[in-house]
Design a protein around this ligand. Structure first.
Ligand SMILES: Cc1ncc(COP(=O)(O)O)c(C=O)c1O
Length: 405
């Protein structure tokens, strides 16, 4: 008999991390700028940039910090307007508020991706775009880049959940001016906490590096591609010396020691995660009450969770579905129905400007379900989850039919 799978724990951290952590504990060398060169955080940045095929990477305390630094690096003035999808995590509009800018929300459809008509309509008067590839679902990046490039609007990709996702075979996070990834524990690479910003733009990375807390001349420990000195980077650092505030949101060497040995695991994790997701999606799509939307054609996904819509259910039935699934061992959250959900835009009461009604996003959130799917799950565990979800929907709808409601 298969027990209800634990969908919260990640994989064990590779053994290689242990020796490096012991070395750091023995020397006390935990601060990224103590060593003259090759600190674990600097090595992580070089390895990550290489893996993603970009010139520069900056590792920081969280993806939220990286998003905030991205906006500061772009030099957006106070009250600049930043367009985001209305379906994202509260930390995303928070990073915009933190940067003294104003989040503007665009509608998201039932496929969990930006509604391009609303996106285009709201672009007028916008100073930057921050695309959350929410839960790893990629919106139409061809159209987004085309629209933004035509208007000279910079695009930041919030790829917190998208490490390993491809768009026309290119890494997500490399399409906009800046890409941001998260190493928080529920992501493909688990550092407990942590984030990383990538870009090919020396000016942007120099500004972000200084503001992340490279005080005095610590920026000299940041290198260009392949760990080499890069003249354009040195010139950009010299231009910004002493001219920017220090927000001190650096990554510790301990986090880098945990993260680095997971980079070689990424390809396997992405492959396993996609196979698991697509197996479960195919099973769930056999239910008349459940719909897992397909990816867009140019997209190769790297999922670490699954999202699906409930069809033909009333609010009471949705609550009953969540309760039955939970009682049978599978936790499901319906983004718009669980109390105080941080991904429901009406709970972002800190927004400086009312986001508007956003009826399409609201309708989607009222039926969109979220189940974690760590890549380590095996077929019997996936079948357990599928059986519970399909059975819960059947029972709720069967009961509804039986009582004629
Ligand atoms: C879409 C999205 N963006 C940004 C973040 C923030 O990531 P972090 O926890 O590393 O700050 C999250 C966190 O889950 C997220 O889901």
């Amino acid at each position: 008999m298969v027990l209800a799978p634990n969908v919260y724990d990640a994989e064990p951290i590779p053994e290689a991390a242990r020796a490096e952590i012991d070395r750091l504990l023995a020397s006390g060398d935990l601060f990224r700028y103590t060593a003259a060169a090759d600190a674990p955080v600097a090595l992580l940045e070089a390895e990550f940039a290489e893996a993603l095929g970009v010139k520069y990477a900056l590792a920081v305390a969280s993806a939220s910090a990286a998003l905030f630094l991205s906006l500061k690096a772009l030099g957006l003035p106070r009250d600049a307007r930043v367009l985001i999808p209305a379906f994202t995590f509260a930390a995303v509009p928070s990073s915009i508020v933190h940067a003294d800018c104003v989040p503007v929300l665009a509608e998201v459809g039932k496929n969990f991706r930006l509604d391009m008509t609303d996106f285009e309509a709201k672009l007028a008067g916008v100073d930057a775009v921050m695309i959350s590839h929410m839960r790893g679902h990629t919106s139409d990046m061809d159209r987004i880049m085309e629209l933004c490039e035509a208007r000279g609007i910079p695009v930041v990709e919030d790829a917190a959940h998208s490490l390993g996702t491809l768009w026309h075979g290119r890494n997500i996070g490399t399409l906009g001016k800046i890409g941001v990834f998260s190493f928080q524990s529920y992501k493909m690479i688990n550092g407990g906490e942590g984030g990383i910003l990538i870009t090919d733009d020396a000016e942007l990375v120099a500004r972000a590096v200084i503001m992340s807390g490279a005080y005095e001349h610590n920026w000299k420990k940041h290198k260009g591609p392949h760990g080499q000195n890069a003249p354009e980077l040195a010139e950009a650092f010299a231009r910004w010396q002493n001219k920017l505030p220090l927000y001190n949101t650096r990554m510790s060497n301990l986090s880098a020691a945990v993260i680095r040995p997971q980079i070689p695991e990424l390809e396997r994790r992405v492959t396993d995660g996609l196979v698991n997701h697509d197996y479960l999606a195919a099973r769930l799509n056999q239910s008349p009450w459940i719909d897992v939307p397909p990816p867009l054609a140019p997209e190769t996904r790297a999922p670490d969770s699954i999202q699906f819509n409930l069809s033909a259910m009333s609010d009471d039935e949705v609550h009953a579905f969540m309760a039955v699934a939970r009682d049978r061992g599978v936790g499901v959250q319906v983004f718009g129905m669980s109390e105080d959900n941080a991904r429901a835009f009406w709970n972002w009461q800190f927004l400086p400007e009312a986001p508007g009604a956003l009826p399409r996003t609201r309708t989607m959130l009222a039926r969109a379900c979220d189940v974690r799917l760590p890549v380590r799950l095996k077929r019997p565990e996936l079948d357990f989850i599928a059986d519970v979800l399909i059975g819960a929907a059947d029972d709720v709808k069967g009961a509804a039919l039986a009582y004629g409601t």
